[in-house]
Design a protein around this ligand. Structure first.
Ligand code: ADP
Length: 212
């Protein structure tokens, strides 16, 4: 076993506001799971730095950050997580939220991740999503949630670029979960999908030290 990629991963895929971050965070609190959100990774950049400014330029318009920059930053972030012992690829399942976000990123990521399952958080009704994003804008003050035209652009980018990522993977890897329940109801379904994946690939982190 090695610390090098491909990392065993599961991917949350869903439109803005479907709860990828909420579900990912809860999951990441469980021993054996490590959550990584690329949105959070970008928001942690110093907004006055060159990288931070580059991110804000795209995010404030509702656009995706360019692929090469995104994947490069993600790789650096992974190396830091491993070096600081926040992620052990041999014993922990990586939960990705926000990447890959278009077909090209999915191809670039093929060298870095071994995707064991995709959880597609599905919300057929966009008006619900807009409402959730408006609520989040008030709570978190995110620059990309505040303006309605930016929210609509993000939903459009999701439809045109991110949803097609599903076609990059074999259909039997994809589990579609209705994102419209309460966070707890959605989590129940997500765990129904992911607990067996974790158990099939990793030892119980509370009783055994090594990966299967
Ligand atoms: P949400 O899913 O709610 O839209 P995220 O927190 O995942 O928000 O991402 C916020 C912003 O960060 C995106 O709108 C985009 O500008 C940028 N971003 C996040 N992940 C990626 C990615 N994989 N590729 C390009 N841009 C990204």
């Amino acid at each position: 076993m090695s610390d090098f990629p491909p990392y065993k991963s599961v991917v949350f895929l869903g439109a803005p506001g479907t709860g990828k971050g909420t579900q990912g965070k809860v999951l990441g609190a469980l021993p054996g799971f490590v959550h990584l959100s690329t949105g959070e990774m970008f928001r942690a950049l110093d907004p006055a730095s060159e990288l931070g400014r580059e991110f804000l330029k795209y995010a404030s318009r509702g656009e995706l950050v360019p692929d090469a920059f995104t994947v490069f930053l993600w790789q650096e972030h992974m190396a830091k997580l491993i070096a600081s012992k926040k992620f052990n690829p041999q014993t922990e399942l990586l939960v990705l939220d926000g990447i890959p976000r278009n077909a090209h990123q999915a191809t670039l990521m093929d060298d870095h991740i071994s995707v064991l399952r995709i959880v597609h958080l599905d919300c057929p009704d966009e008006t619900d999503l807009v409402r959730r994003l408006q609520l989040r804008a008030k709570k978190e003050g995110r620059p990309d949630d505040a303006r309605e035209e930016v929210v609509h652009r993000r939903l459009e980018v999701y439809r045109e670029e991110t949803h097609p990522v599903l076609e990059h993977y074999p259909a039997d890897l994809i589990a579609t979960v209705n994102a419209m329940g309460t966070p707890a109801e959605v989590m129940l379904e997500v765990l129904g999908v992911l607990a067996p994946v974790h158990a099939a690939h990793f030892a119980n982190p509370l009783t055994e030290p090594a990966a299967r």
